[in-house]
Design a protein. Structure first.
Length: 103
C-alpha cells in the first residue's frame, strides 16, 4: 500500500491547532491499526482568530479531496474518507454494491 498524504492548511487560531492534532491522531490510528503509512503535512496560513472562519481555515485535504473546510474534522471523518479512497483504488471499475430487491 502506498502512503496516504493528508495536508492541513492551518492558521493561528484554536480550530487550526485542534485540526492538526486530530489529523495527526488519525494518522497514527490508521498506521497503527491498519498498517497504512500516513504522511501529515501542515501548511501554515497567516490567518488569526478573527479571519479564520471567513477564510475557510482550517482546511483538511486527503489525497486531493477536501475532508473539511472552516471546521475541525472528526477522526471518524478522516478515517472514512481514507477508506473511501482505498475502496475506489482497489475495487474493479464499474463494480458496485448489489441492491437486492425485496420479494
Amino acid at each position: 500500500m502506498r502512503t496516504l498524504k493528508i495536508t492541513v492548511y492551518a492558521g493561528y487560531d484554536w480550530r487550526s491547532r485542534l485540526a492538526v492534532r486530530v489529523v495527526r491522531e488519525a494518522g497514527v490510528y490508521i498506521a497503527g491499526t491498519y498498517g497504512i503509512p500516513v504522511d501529515v503535512e501542515v501548511v501554515e496560513v497567516p490567518v488569526g482568530d478573527v479571519d479564520a472562519e471567513s477564510s475557510g481555515v482550517p482546511t483538511v485535504i486527503l489525497e486531493g479531496r477536501r475532508v473539511s473546510s472552516g471546521s475541525v474534522p472528526s477522526l471518524v471523518d478522516i478515517v472514512d474518507e481514507a477508506f473511501r479512497l482505498i475502496e475506489e483504488e482497489v475495487a474493479p471499475p464499474g463494480s458496485a454494491t448489489p441492491i437486492l430487491a425485496m420479494v
